[in-house]
Structure formats: structure tokens, C-alpha cells
Design a protein around this ligand. Structure first.
Ligand code: ATP
Ligand code: MG
Length: 373
């Protein structure tokens, strides 16, 4: 379900193992639809489209977080679906997601749900300054407004058309990290190493993964929290949990994605089992094994801005110059039109040592016009 780049990389992994694939996505030119054996071009709730997908599929997964949970529930009447509609419904709604984290004993940012003017008026002053986030349909920092005081909060809720929101206290972040895990139907869990993420303008810019990204105790605690969150909803499939590391050394859970995640893309080139291999295995009921990272890695997102460096005329970056450097793994998603902030591809840089990987990643960034990190 869903034809974006995550679906495309899932399709690649599934096809490498000999599977035939089918993608449901309304867009003719969707990145995954273009490379799949079957492409059902309908809306996510179209009963005929869903039935057509089920007819050619032995099992169904999702790459798009906002696939309506009803669609997954319908498919689950006749086919195994992982992750299940209930888990996806929790991840789709920030208020339910936060409640789930609390239920699982994971610490999250102090917050309040705002659905009514009464709830708006009752917001404790301690939550300000804060970030007001729409409960549903946010991604890449969209649907978020930073607010300083009560008046700013009221104006921000107005600007978001008074849809249900969650207000979070603005936290003093030292860093951000994420954990990608896979959980099988039998409850077995494996995970990728903990990733350290740098966001710019609310969009993931750089992920780095090696032994020194986090103190070992923090990494272990983050993995344990992610496992509890998955187990707490009987999760089956690949799950990503994002964390904020605070300046006092503690961490809180930010949010989760019921699918592979941008911060796990490095696993294709730097691990012996990628997050997409894990998604295939979990869906097919095959054994899950703990991935082993064989190279330190830096992943740089390639946003449409890199295609639009000369005003609005679209120009392809100089891939030949980039690929002349050692350790470059270029992934492009087959999107024809570049737009600012649009994820067009990513680059994973690997090297035998962390220092060499960082140096080459910085060289690559300079060559492409990405700010140093
Ligand atoms: P994604 O693309 O990961 O789905 P999103 O739009 O759902 O992103 P969040 O992960 O909630 O958004 O926030 C985006 C970024 O904004 C975070 O990675 C972090 O850098 C910053 N941010 C969000 N909430 C807070 C907070 N409470 N305190 C400080 N910074 C925050
Ligand atoms: Mg996020």
C-alpha cells in the first residue's frame, strides 16, 4: 500500500528474493508503481482497487503512514496484513501515539491534546514555549507551528483550522536519534544499530551510524524503549521510533513510524540485512536475524533544492563528479519533477573508519551544495 520511495525500496528487496510485487497508489508515476510487476492505480479506499490488490497478493504491507486504517482492515479480512490496522491507526494520530507511549512506560515530551476551545484555554503555562502539531497527517515538519505564549498558541490553532492538535513543550535538544526494529508474528525482535539524525527545517538531512554516535547505555535504553512500544501493540513488521536526546543526558520518545524510515536507508549499503529485507521477511513470516553493520555510514538526503540551485530551472547535480569519490552509494527515486524540500533520493557514504566516512561525506556534501554538518 503506497507507491513512494519506501515502497520502491521494499519492491527492490522483495524482487531480489524472487517475489512478484503489487503496489496500490493513485499516482501513475509513483516511484514504487514504476518498478513493481503490478500497479493498481486507485485511491486507498476504492473497494475495487483493494480487491484487485488482494487478488494478486499473498500478504500486504504499507509504506505510507496515512493509508486509511479502514483500507488495511478490509484487506485483513482475506489476507495477512502487517503492520495491522490497529497499530497504524495509533501511529497516525499523535494523541493516541503519545497515550500509547505513556502506557508502555516510555517518557515523552510534556504535552496537552487540544480539540476544543476549553482545552485550549486550559493549557498549562508550563507547556510554553511549545510546538503545536496537528494530530494527523503531519510529515517533514508540516502541520507544526512553534508558539511562544498563550496568544501565539490561540493564533496558531486558528491558522491550523482548529483541527485536533497536540501541544508539546519545546525541549532543549542535544541530539536526535532513532531505532528501526522488526518484530515477527512470534514476537521475536531484531533491530538496526541506533542512528543519530540531524534535521534541518523539520526535514531529516543527515543520518550517521557507527559505534560512537551515542553513549552505549543511552543506545541500549533507546532500543529497550522501542521494543516495549512495539510489543505493547502486538506489532508485526518494521517500526521506527524517533527519540530526542536532551541536554541533561536523558531522552524522550518523539514519534513512531509503522514502516521503514528515512533514517534506516543506510542499512541497504552498510548492513548485511537492510530495513527493507526485514520488512520482506516479517511480512513473509521468514526468520528475522539481527542485522550486522559492516561499515560506518553517513546518509545524506538529496532534496529537490539540489536540482534548483540556479533559480527555478531544474538541473541534475553532477553525479559523475560525485561517483568519482570512493564509498558513494547513490539512490534516486525516479521522481521527474524536483521541488524544494521534496525527497528525490539519498546518498549513503561508507568507509572503513568513521573518520574516513565523515571526511568523504563532507566532500560529497560540498560537491552537491549541501551545508556541512
Ligand atoms: P517526520 O518527517 O519525522 O514524520 P514530523 O513532521 O512528524 O516529522 P516531528 O518529528 O514531530 O515532525 O518534528 C520534526 C522535528 O522538529 C524534530 O525532528 C525536531 O527537530 C523538531 N521538534 C519537534 N518537536 C519538538 C519539541 N517538542 N521540542 C524541540 N524540537 C522539536
Ligand atoms: Mg519526525
Amino acid at each position: 500500500m503506497g507507491g513512494g520511495q519506501l515502497g520502491r525500496m521494499f519492491v527492490h528487496a522483495a524482487q531480489a528474493m524472487g517475489y512478484f510485487t503489487a503496489v496500490l497508489d493513485p499516482d501513475e508515476a509513483s516511484p514504487a508503481g514504476r518498478v513493481s510487476h503490478h500497479h493498481v492505480r486507485t485511491g486507498y479506499l476504492d473497494p475495487q482497487g483493494l480487491d484487485a490488490l488482494a487478488r494478486v497478493s499473498a500478504a500486504i504491507t504499507t509504506e505510507f503512514e496515512n493509508v486509511p486504517a479502514e483500507a488495511l482492515a478490509r484487506l485483513a479480512r482475506t489476507r495477512p496484513v502487517a503492520p495491522g490496522a490497529d497499530a497504524v491507526a495509533i501511529a497516525q494520530d499523535r494523541a493516541r501515539e503519545k497515550a500509547h507511549f505513556v502506557r508502555c512506560g516510555a517518557r515523552c515530551a510534556p504535552h496537552a491534546v487540544i480539540e476544543t476551545p476549553q482545552q485550549l484555554a486550559a493549557v498549562p503555562a508550563a507547556l510554553l514555549p511549545g510546538v503545536l502539531k496537528t494530530a494527523r497527517l503531519g510529515y517533514d515538519g508540516k502541520g507544526q507551528v512553534r508558539v511562544r505564549d498563550a496568544a501565539g498558541l490561540a493564533a496558531a490553532w486558528e491558522s491550523l483550522q482548529r483541527v485536533p492538535c497536540v501541544l508539546e513543550q519545546l525541549l532543549p535538544l542535544a541530539a536526535e536519534c532513532s531505532v528501526v526494529l522488526a518484530r515477527g508474528r512470534d514476537g521475536q525482535v531484531v533491530h538496526l544499530p541506533v542512528q543519530r539524525n540531524l534535521h534541518r527545517d523539520g526535514i531529516l538531512a543527515v543520518t550517521e551510524v557507527h559505534d560512537a554516535v551515542l553513549p552505549p547505555d543511552t543506545a541500549t535504553a533507546a532500543v529497550a524503549a522501542a521494543r516495549d512500544i512495539a510489543a505493547g501493540m502486538g506489532y508485526v513488521g518494521v517500526l521506527c521510533v524517533e527519540f530526542f536526546l536532551l541536554q541533561d543526558g536523558s531522552f524522550v520518545v518523539n514519534e513512531m513510524a509503522p514502516r521503514p524510515h528515512n533514517s534506516g536507508h543506510y542499512s541497504i549499503d552498510a548492513c548485511d540485512v537492510s530495513q527493507f529485507d526485514l520488512q520482506v521477511r516479517a511480512l513473509a513470516g521468514l526468520p528475522l536475524v539481527q542485522p550486522r553493520q559492516h561499515s560506518p555510514a553517513f546518509m545524506l538526503n538529496l532534496l529537490g533544492d539540489l536540482w534548483l540551485r540556479q533559480g527555478d530551472t531544474q538541473r541534475e547535480p553532477d553525479w559523475a563528479a560525485l561517483l568519482a569519490l570512493p564509498g558513494m552509494h547513490l539512490h534516486l527515486y525516479g521522481k521527474v519533477e524536483a521541488r524544494r524540500g521534496r525527497k528525490m533520493g539519498h546518498l549513503t557514504v561508507t568507509a572503513p573508519t568513521v573518520a574516513a566516512a565523515r571526511e568523504r561525506a563532507l566532500q560529497a556534501a560540498a560537491l552537491l551544495g549541501i551545508e556541512p554538518f
